[in-house]
Design a binder for this molecule. Structure first.
Ligand code: SAH
Length: 343
């Protein structure tokens, strides 16, 4: 039998679990605070808990741990990329980026990914497995400990599709936000999806006002299908409807991510159609110049064509930014680091 993962449980689950063991409910809160406020990964030093209970928990449950396998420090800015080794020896990657308002951590939600976007390294070996809530939380806790910082901004933009690991992602969000844990505002969290429409509706109904970011990459369904298999399942119109619903529920501006690829999606007709889409909803476009990977032999646009694309959108009154390249010397976008190691 797979043991329960103690640091993946939200407070209610922990309370139910303590009750089922014949323990007092307040023990749940002591455990929760120990894991999620104080970043602890062992209960040996949780002296307020009776020794007998600690011993029993150590036999009956698992406390998920992971190790820093490797850290890459950028020399051009303070970006750091981490490879973590999980209990089953799978490797995942996370990134910390320093901005004026503080450090943002980008985490993975799955080992690998099954969504098959042509230009993305994370998906090239498929999805290995989902990450548990504790494995998502530990990426943050480990980086905080490593750098002796507390962060308030998180993006779910590493490897994996968060809405394809919906239950665990939701639990992760609730735990990291909990006032007795890290107490991170939902407004400081962005969840990025390739556009799994039914899950966008589900998320909208959860009352969790995180920023929703849609990986659009083309304003035309037919072009999008060539880049992203998910586009064959859900049209752009369906995504926009779902985004409107999300916005109505959460009052959050939607972000459209647009990986800019030379000669593929950087034409005037792309500008025209993208601006229609963006203006149809309270939104913002984030251009990500392609980080070429060896399986996708297309080019990153030149600085001047990125500028031209941005200017053309600006002229059409689209709110647009270009993602600043962080840690360009340790580049490796989404999944490239992990692959370089497992290969
Ligand atoms: N599965 C989620 C989140 C992970 S990817 C999603 O699809 O949104 C985070 C963002 O990086 C996505 O917009 C993705 O399309 C983009 N991305 C992936 N590989 C890239 C590459 N090689 N160059 C530029 N952007 C890339």
């Amino acid at each position: 039998m797979v043991k329960k993962e103690l640091n993946s449980m939200d407070l209610n689950e922990l309370k139910d679990y303590m009750e089922s063991m014949g323990e007092k409910k307040f023990r749940a809160e002591q455990l929760f605070i120990h894991f999620h406020k104080h970043n602890r990964l062992s209960i040996d030093d949780l002296n307020v808990l009776p020794k007998k209970l600690r011993e029993r928990l150590k036999v009956d449950t698992n406390i998920n741990k992971m190790e820093i396998y490797k850290r890459f420090d950028s020399k051009v800015d303070s970006t750091k990329k981490y490879l973590f080794s999980l209990e089953d020896e799978n490797i995942i990657e996370s990134v910390s980026m320093e901005y004026k308002h503080g450090t943002t951590i980008c985490i993975s939600t799955q080992v690998g990914c099954k969504m098959g976007c042509t230009f993305c390294a994370s998906t090239k070996d498929g999805r290995v497995r989902d990450l548990t809530p504790a494995e998502m939380l530990n990426q943050i806790y480990m980086i905080e400990k490593d750098q002796d910082i507390s962060i308030s901004n998180i993006v779910l933009m590493g490897s994996g599709e968060p809405l394809d690991n919906y239950e665990n992602t939701l639990k992760f969000l609730k735990i990291i936000h909990h006032e007795k844990g890290h107490n991170i505002s939902y407004r400081g969290i962005t969840i990025s999806t390739c556009g799994i429409v039914p899950k966008i509706y589900e998320l909208a109904d959860e009352n969790i006002p995180v920023t929703l970011s849609i990986s659009l990459h083309s304003p035309f369904d037919e072009e999008r299908k060539k880049m992203m298999p998910i586009a064959a399942k859900y049209s752009i119109a369906e995504i926009i409807e779902a985004c409107k619903y999300y916005e109505s529920k959460n009052n959050r501006r939607i972000t459209f991510e647009y990986t800019l690829i030379e000669g593929v999606n950087d034409r005037q007709e792309d500008v025209d159609e993208l601006s229609k889409i963006s203006r149809s909803i309270n939104s913002h476009v984030n251009l990500i110049p392609l980080n070429p990977i060896k399986e996708y032999q297309k080019d990153r646009p030149t600085l001047s064509s990125i500028q031209r694309f941005e200017d053309s959108l600006n002229k059409k009154k689209v709110d647009v930014t270009v993602r600043r390249e962080m840690g360009s010397d340790i580049s490796a976008s989404c999944g490239q680091l992990r692959r370089s190691v497992i290969e």
